[in-house]
Ligand binder design. Structure first.
Ligand code: M6R
Length: 369
């Protein structure tokens, strides 16, 4: 039940610290090895992997995009991420040393299931990340890591995303662990930082009132753009997807560097632009680039809302509103940065009077191709 929340989505947003903590619990060893729930693959099979494909749809695909950055960095394995609905139609190059990671909250998404089946016909190994024990995708996979989000009722995925991210990080760390780790110290530090994220998500949630007020203030907006770089790019895509799904607004996410190659012509005075700002630490070049992107849209009159790291003193003077989130290593930042965007979309859609848990035209589980 809703436990006093007005919508399941609000309840599920609030459950995220617990859901991530549950997903991580008991699974991390000091060198990154994790315990998978069902494994029909040996450690040697994992060592034989020379390429990874991630297939998923919607929000789960965004988790996969983040996973690509993390897994490539930690394991030095090439990782491709692909929309499940496109995967098998383009004849991807797969063989028995390919690992296909299928991410699906429901475990029943037909596009993802068909991608998995295609991978198996090519002899690739399949690892499922799913929230639904015993569902079809985990049953047909060689190995399974379950997210422990609990049942997600709202059509718009929230806690499933955060737990998928946590699971993807675990898989990356596991692959790094069994294969021999290049960045051993970094990986060990990430394991510790990962365990600290539930408290930080809690801190983000505790500071959401200004985001709600901002969303209510934007009730008449009919469009919004979201930009980010690196792992902030999939977060931008997710923020836009939430707004489309719930507020029925035209919302688009872009890699911030692509703005100048076309989308910047969409900016008019007052156009809302949400920017996922990377950490400024270490004089990050990524941060500098995003600040210039902010200046570019600001110069054209955009109303800029930044999601930035606590203590980022550079960004605030350039933007109209800043939402601060706690510090975490860059690759883990989506666990925090996605949360204000969920709250924003939920509140804006509620202000527009829409059905939050059951948006029009959508189903929780999409069992047709
Ligand atoms: O159950 P799955 O994770 O396979 O579902 C994939 C998408 O249908 C799902 O994430 C969808 O995009 C959500 N409604 C987004 O909020």
């Amino acid at each position: 039940e809703k436990d006093g929340y007005e919508y399941f989505m609000l309840k599920e947003i609030a459950e995220q610290p617990r859901a991530v903590a549950d997903t991580l619990r008991g699974r991390t060893g000091t060198t990154g090895e994790i315990t998978l729930d069902e494994v029909r693959m040996s450690d040697q099979d994992f060592r034989d992997v020379d390429k990874v494909f991630i297939v998923a749809c919607g929000t789960s695909y965004h988790a996969g995009m983040v996973a690509k950055y993390a897994i490539e960095h930690w394991t030095r394995l090439p990782v491709e991420v692909e929309l499940a609905s496109e995967f098998r139609y383009r004849d991807p190059v797969l063989d028995r040393s390919t690992l296909v990671i299928a991410i699906s909250q429901s475990g029943e998404t037909m596009d993802t299931l068909m991608a998995l089946r295609h991978a198996k016909t090519q002899k690739a190994r399949v690892l499922a990340i799913s929230n639904t024990v015993g569902s079809t995708i985990p049953r047909e996979s060689d190995a399974v890591l379950y997210t422990r989000a609990g049942i997600e009722v709202a059509v718009a995925s929230t806690k499933a995303l955060l737990t998928q991210l946590a699971a993807c990080y675990l898989v990356g760390l596991h692959l790094a662990g069994v294969r021999g780790v290049k960045y051993a110290d970094e990986v060990a530090a990430v394991v510790a930082e990962l365990s600290a994220t539930p408290d930080k998500i809690e801190q983000v949630l505790a500071a959401m009132e200004p985001v709600r007020a901002l969303a209510r203030d934007m009730v008449d907006a009919d469009r919004a753009l979201f930009i980010g770089r690196h792992v902030g790019y999939p977060v931008a895509l997710e923020g836009a997807l939430k707004l489309k799904e719930l507020a029925y607004m035209h919302a688009e996410g872009f890699a911030a560097g692509e703005l100048k190659h076309g989308p910047i012509s969409l900016i008019e005075p007052g156009t809302p632009v949400v920017v996922v700002v990377p950490s400024p630490r270490g004089r990050s070049i990524l941060h500098d680039k995003v600040v210039s992107n902010i200046q570019e849209v600001k110069a054209r009159g955009a109303r800029v809302i930044a999601v930035a790291e606590e203590g980022d003193v550079v960004v605030a003077p350039h933007v109209d509103h800043t939402v601060f989130v706690p510090r975490v290593p860059t690759l883990l930042a989506p666990l925090l940065a996605a949360v204000p965007l969920q709250v924003f979309a939920c509140e804006l859609a509620a202000a527009k009077g829409h059905d939050i848990d059951q948006p029009r035209n959508l189903a929780k589980s999409v069992t047709v191709e």
